[in-house]
Design a protein around this ligand. Structure first.
Ligand code: PMT
Length: 218
């Protein structure tokens, strides 16, 4: 059964936002609360998986039977994920990772001066894409947070990042995406198949996702 498939599986879940430092008192980030990733970690642990949860700064308690690793920046998250990748069976990347980071971190607080301020950013390394390139036996599940052309962008991410599944959410829909207790997702598999879920709690989304992964691989 799908429940027994998860028993003993090594699962890596990422959750929450990353923070990119600007100066000693400021950072760039996003609205991720960590709820989606924590719900996945909790559900998987209850199915008997060995779960490591790599989390950006969030205000959530660690679920029972879950090993938690706290990170701050995209670079930290990349290192923590990569160092565990070899021994991992499944990776689920629900974290909202910064795509850009300041080129320079100011050593001292940036003083208020001119009428405008230009902050120069450089691309961060795409963690999921790196995992896709180094994939051997692992099952890779990405998320796609979209505001338009959800299906098209989700399928592009699936292909470009060499994923097995992508969980797409339209973050402009009410009751979906950042911060809410519910989500509305469509799960795409690399075969081209998709499963559309209606609005439900993040915990139920987690259950459905874990069941779907097990159905494909049991
Ligand atoms: O945390 P909550 O408040 O519960 O909100 C849940 C959520 C909206 C954050 C979640 O459902 C979600 O959509 N997570 C993915 C957010 C995101 O960064 O999406 P993206 O489309 O920008 O990135 C696509 C995928 O690449 C993601 O799996 C992301 O983790 C990964 N990525 C992106 C950039 C990067 N440098 N490295 C990555 O690994």
């Amino acid at each position: 059964s799908t429940a027994s498939w998860w028993k003993g599986k090594k699962l890596l879940v990422t959750a929450g936002p990353t923070r990119e430092e600007i100066d000693p008192v400021r950072y760039l980030s996003n609205y991720s609360s960590g709820k989606m990733g924590f719900a996945i970690a909790e559900m998987a642990a209850s199915l008997g998986a060995q779960v490591t949860l790599i989390s950006g700064p969030v205000e959530l308690a660690t679920p029972a039977q879950v090993e938690r690793v706290n990170v701050v920046s995209t670079e930290d998250m990349l290192q923590q994920v990569l160092s565990r990748y070899e021994e991992t069976d499944v990776v689920i990347k629900s974290a909202a990772v910064a795509d850009y980071t300041p080129i320079h971190v100011a050593e001292k607080k940036i003083k208020k001066a001119g009428e405008s301020l230009l902050l120069e950013l450089k691309k961060t390394q795409d963690i999921l894409q790196t995992l896709g390139e180094q994939k051997k036996h692992q099952i890779l599940v990405g998320f796609a947070a979209e505001t338009n052309q959800v299906e098209e962008h989700a399928r592009q991410k699936l292909k470009k990042k060499n994923l097995d599944f992508v969980v797409a959410n339209d973050v402009t829909e009410e009751g979906a995406g950042f911060g809410t207790d519910t989500n509305i997702v469509t799960i795409y598999h690399r075969s081209g198949e998709k499963q559309e879920l209606q609005k439900m709690s993040k915990s139920d989304v987690a259950r459905k996702l874990l069941e779907l992964v097990a159905t494909y691989y049991e």
